[in-house]
Design a binder for this molecule. Structure first.
Ligand code: T46
Length: 131
């Protein structure tokens, strides 16, 4: 499942606040949070899929693009506002690129880090989605 979700912004004269709650704003329990920043110009990240992992990605500063491929269809999303989150469930190939220098990509995940959950080649990804 891939879904771009608009998060509620609590704004007033002081500024804005976005809250993300497990099992409410995102349909999973949050076990891990990581963020990506300071990317080299023209770099591509990701280039893998996950067997089980569910994630929710938000660009809390700057912007980047994320190409998502479920083996049948490829879609590219631009994450360019802290109120937009991209829900990505298992077996989706992802590539991130066009990071602005100020980009901070925050990712919430439903499991702890597990290298065995990664599918690192596109050929293996296509085999696993056919199972
Ligand atoms: C994903 C995209 C959106 C850890 O030690 N713990 C962690 O929780 C993570 C995510 C990474 N690492 C280590 C593993 C590597 O030595 O950090 C290093 C860089 O990770 P990676 O090359 O996997 O980073 P990206 O940007 O290609 O991919 C990351 C996530 O790994 C991945 O789950 O979907 O962001």
């Amino acid at each position: 499942m891939i879904e771009l979700i608009d998060l509620k912004v609590h704004g007033d004269f002081r500024g804005s606040l976005v809250s993300i709650e497990a099992m409410k704003s995102v349909p999973f329990d949050i076990k891990r949070v990581y963020y990506i920043f300071g990317n080299t110009e023209d770099v591509k990240r990701g280039c893998h899929a996950h067997r089980e992992l569910k994630q929710f990605a938000i660009c809390v500063s700057g912007s980047c693009k994320m190409m998502l491929d479920n083996g049948r269809e490829k879609r590219t999303f631009e994450l360019n506002h802290p109120s937009k989150g991209l829900l990505i469930t298992s077996l989706v190939w992802r590539e991130m690129f066009d990071f602005t220098p100020d980009c901070v990509l925050l990712v919430l995940a439903n499991t702890q880090y597990d290298e065995n959950d990664y599918i690192r080649t596109y050929e293996l990804f296509l085999k696993e989605i056919e199972k």
